[in-house]
Design a protein around this ligand. Structure first.
Ligand code: NAD
Length: 511
């Protein structure tokens, strides 16, 4: 491998014995258990990190409470300028950070660099947003009164993130939360702690150069931390990205203390391939959606719902495309598919294949674990394709691996019903050149997902739109559009500049 791991880590400020909590410039001596980070690319241990202890948690929270009082009083455009500097710093570190994402998480180098680009993009977006935290003005029903609304910071935003987007998801939250006047505490996945440490270093250097206090952005690593954050009333918002199973625990705990949450949970995304589709585009969109990031995107394509008239032709072309796939080291750009995150993920993939077979799936492209010199980490698997029925229990679940299910349909109504007939509601797409079909799919009677696309696949999204999904995907929205409102509290203000005190709805109260 051409990459020099040691040099890359050093460039990102990661020394051998990095502690796992940081309140900005201060990196604490952690006292929790040791977490080893192994690369799924080659199975090598990259480094060890000590998890944060109860004492560390206390320190971080104290700093965050103090920093929140300071930061909310900083003018929003000035907060935006700090995020602008953060974006500039990311530009300088793009190659190193993108490479670390690829090596620690296992996605292709292109996708690792793309993740860092997404961080830069959201910083740019947030800088503009810092001058546009607009509230409305309303006309009062009472004479000589004025009504308007303002958006105020929430205070402390807790960010709990998944392994598969180890840097971008944090930045979506952090960039917006910071310009909105909040301080952030990040608990990353324990599967990608080094990516988190690298990000925190980059932001901490910017905060330090601007002589800002500790606690504006903090990092806490460790499995026990999430639960503490869920139940901590000082954390005003928990933005959680992860599985539906854990999201249910998080949202219940946060709701029971009347905290706010943003939930970005699992998907079970389908592409409808109409008889009026451009089949060349459809094959590429389907294959990239299903095997990109080895099927470990929340927006990965899991189901193809294909019109019966083109079913056989499409199936043949899909199988031919799968035969061309090159699986191997994701840092080598000749490979299309990298590894799964770890051996547990391989286990889930193999179990899902077994279960699908038991339920009656017929495999067109067989799956399985890859072995040999190029696959020593034990995390490389074969992307596979199976013909199924939508109601199979395994098809109703999100298996975070490259397993693609094919389902046949006759009418568009039936296809839309099938597309919607899963518990999740994240991303969806239709491939068609027929305007009526496209519009029906996008209408209120169409896809029930948070994301619905025409003539592009389900996978990936730009930062400009609000990102998230319905049903068991959790209902949260992050990133673009007006997602910033999720990081603020709305206050309605009524000002009376008359000499009397008229009541609303004409109510009389005389004493
Ligand atoms: P996961 O649910 O296992 O873990 C997510 C995070 O939750 C990790 O940081 C984990 O340590 C933490 N956690 C575990 N138990 C917790 C608890 N009791 N309280 C608080 N936090 C706790 O998910 P994963 O395997 O890391 O990621 C894959 C999942 O994430 C998939 O389901 C995928 O669809 C989903 N995901 C969704 C989106 C989205 O935007 N909708 C984006 C990326 C990933």
């Amino acid at each position: 491998m051409a990459m020099n791991i040691k040099e890359m880590l050093q460039n990102l400020g990661i020394q051998n014995s990095n502690p796992s909590y940081s309140t900005g410039n201060i990196w604490g001596d952690t006292h929790g258990s040791q977490i080893d980070s192994f690369s799924p690319v080659d199975g090598q241990k990259i480094a060890s990190v000590a998890a944060a202890s109860d004492e560390d948690y206390k320190t971080v929270l104290q700093q965050a409470v103090a920093a929140a009082a300071y930061w909310k009083a900083v003018p929003a455009p000035r907060r935006g300028d700090i995020v602008r500097q953060f974006g500039d710093a990311l530009r300088k570190h793009k190659t190193d950070l993108g490479t670390l994402v690829s090596y620690e998480m296992g996605k292709s180098l292109q996708e690792g660099l793309g993740e860092v680009q997404e961080m830069i993009d959201i910083c740019d977006f947030a800088v503009g947003q810092s001058r546009q935290l607009y509230g409305l003005t309303m006309h009062s029903e009472r004479p000589s009164h004025r009504m308007y609304e303002q958006w105020h910071p929430l205070g402390i935003v807790g960010i709990i993130s998944a392994f598969n987007f180890p840097v971008a998801v944090w930045s979506w939250n952090t960039a917006l939360a910071l310009v909105c006047g909040n301080v952030c505490i990040w608990k990353p996945s324990s599967k990608t702690p080094l990516c988190a440490i690298a990000c925190q270093h980059i932001l901490a250097a910017v905060l330090k150069a601007n002589e800002l206090p500790e606690g504006i952005s903090s990092l806490l690593i460790g499995n026990a931390i999430g639960d503490k954050m869920n139940n901590d009333p000082r954390i005003n918002l928990i933005s959680f990205t992860g599985s539906t199973r854990v999201g249910r625990i998080v949202s219940t705990a946060v709701a029971s203390r009347f905290g706010k949450s943003i939930l970005e949970l699992g998907g079970n995304n389908a592409i409808i391939i109409s008889k009026d589709a451009d089949l060349d585009m459809s094959v590429i969109g389907a294959v990239f959606g299903a095997v990109g990031t080895a099927g470990q995107r929340c927006t990965s394509t899991r189901r193809l719902i294909i019109h019966e008239d083109i079913y056989d032709t499409f199936r043949e072309r899909l199988v031919a495309a799968y035969e061309q796939l090159r699986i191997g080291n994701p840092l080598d750009e000749n490979h299309h598919v990298g590894p799964l995150i770890d051996k547990d993920a391989v286990e889930s993939y193999l179990k899902a294949i077994e279960k699908a077979k038991q339920e009656g799936a017929s495999f067109l492209v067989e799956g399985g674990l890859l072995e040999g010199d190029s696959y020593t980490s034990g995390c490389y698997v074969k992307p596979c394709v199976a013909e199924v029925e939508n109601h199979f229990s395994i098809v109703q679940e999100e298996t975070f691996a490259p397993i693609l299910y094919l389902i046949k349909y006759k009418t568009l109504d039936e296809a839309i019903t099938l597309q919607n007939a899963v518990p999740q509601g994240l991303s969806s797409a239709i491939m068609t050149l027929n305007l009526r079909e496209a519009e029906q799919f996008l209408s209120a009677a169409g896809s029930d997902c948070g994301i619905a696309n025409v003539n592009i696949g389900t996978s990936g999204a730009e930062i400009g739109g609000a990102f998230g999904g319905e049903k068991e995907t959790g209902g949260g929205r992050e990133s673009g559009s007006d997602a910033w409102k999720g990081y603020m509290r709305r206050q309605t203000n009524t000002i009376n500049y008359s000499n009397t005190l008229p009541l609303a709805q004409g109510i009389k109260f005389n004493i």
